[in-house]
Design a protein around this ligand. Structure first.
Ligand SMILES: [Zn+2]
Ligand SMILES: [Zn+2]
Length: 380
């Protein structure tokens, strides 16, 4: 809709048995399946390596693949019904209902195992509009936790417009408040801030997000900040830091950073689950998320580490999980002592820092100096 019409191009639909269909597009996944007389919940719809939800629009010229959720005739470990997903690292397969249960159990286990939070705590969930953070918000809310979303609009063109819509949609569906910080209205797009502030895009983005997560949590009286980092993120980060022997960062690879000197407690309840499992959960629950990668992170090295770990995992299921979990259990102790804790407070915003001004304020003031306009007022 609203897309230019490309004549003599169709959507190519490929089934696992080799059958192919050509369908006129653009069309919603749901409509394509209806046309082929296929039930929505009997297949996973995949484009490249993205899982498409039923309401995703498919463009003309695209190829999509239909994967029966019956994985090679595998049976659910719990009830013996046809499985929708195989989880080789647990040597298990599950039907839809038991996968959803497995998923929730893994989240509960992470919360308990690492003492993340309790039922009475107010949890600030950092929502980007992507699958990980939205699934986190859904699952914590479903488990009965007291959640509020936080979305930071960094002004990354269409990407931010779409991701904000997804976050708002989740807020409506969950009937939970979404706090929105319009960073770009105050300072401009993060790209401009990064460039003029002399930082890389991802570094500036990380600084800004961390600043708001902590500031909003303190200002609004939350007990803990939760982010959607998953097992793949955590294992990739661990591998990256090990390859470079970054001692101080290694100590920070953990699903829980306890509250310390003006820094709110930070937790990662999805740390036992892979990206694939999270995408499957989103798909099975019909959660609408932004599938595009952040356009600023396309060349990030963490993607290389994720790919390397996935190759190893394919040959040797369970390696990724073991690598991370054993690090937490035994290896991390070695690096933990080297953790530097912020000693002072920022002279501009009062947040903890090791220097006179915190990283966020230094970025913003360099940026504002370079555009030569008066400092913004009413900053949050
Ligand atoms: Zn089952
Ligand atoms: Zn500051």
């Amino acid at each position: 809709m609203g897309k230019p019409i490309i004549i003599d191009c169709m959507i190519r639909v490929v089934e696992r048995n080799g059958k192919e269909h050509l369908i006129e597009g653009p069309k919603e996944v749901r409509a394509i399946l209806r046309k082929l007389n296929i039930l929505e919940n009997t297949v996973l719809v995949v484009k490249g390596d993205e899982l498409l939800t039923p309401d995703r629009m498919v463009e003309d010229g695209a190829t999509i693949e239909l994967i029966p959720v019956i994985s090679g005739g595998m049976k659910c470990r719990v009830c013996g019904q046809t499985a929708v997903i195989a989880i080789p690292r647990h040597n298990a397969a599950f039907c839809k209902d038991h996968f959803l249960e497995f998923f929730k159990n893994q989240v509960t286990r992470a919360i308990k195992e690492h003492g993340m939070f309790r039922k009475k705590d107010r949890i600030l969930v950092c929502v980007s509009g992507g699958k990980d953070s939205l699934v986190l918000w859904y699952v914590l809310t479903e488990l009965g936790y007291n959640t509020t979303g936080l979305y930071i609009n960094l002004g990354i063109n269409d990407y931010s417009t779409t991701s904000k819509q997804k976050a708002l949609k989740a807020s409506e569906a969950l009937k939970r408040e979404l706090i929105i910080k319009e960073f770009h209205l105050e300072y401009g797009s993060i790209k401009a801030v990064a460039r003029r502030g002399g930082r890389s895009d991802c570094s500036a983005c990380g600084t800004v997000k961390r600043h708001y997560f902590n500031k909003v949590a303190i200002d609004e009286g939350f007990d803990v900040v939760a982010t959607g980092h998953n097992l793949d993120d955590e294992a990739a980060r661990l591998l990256g830091n090990l390859l470079r022997w970054q001692w101080e960062y290694l100590g920070r690879v953990t699903p829980v950073l306890e509250e310390a000197r003006g820094l709110k407690k930070k937790v990662k309840p999805l740390c036992r689950l892979t990206e694939h499992e999270i995408a499957t959960y989103a798909f099975l629950k019909g959660i609408d998320y932004i599938v595009e990668e952040c356009p600023m992170s396309r060349h990030s090295t963490s993607l290389l580490y994720k790919e390397a770990l996935n190759r190893i995992e394919l040959q040797s299921p369970g390696t990724k999980h073991y690598f991370y979990q054993e690090y937490l259990r035994t290896g991390r102790k070695v690096f933990q002592d080297r953790l530097g804790t912020p000693v002072g407070v920022c002279s501009s915003c009062g947040m903890p820092t090791t220097e006179r001004e915190c990283s966020f304020c230094r970025l913003i003031s360099r940026y504002l100096d370079s555009v030569k306009r008066p400092a913004a007022t009413g900053s949050q």
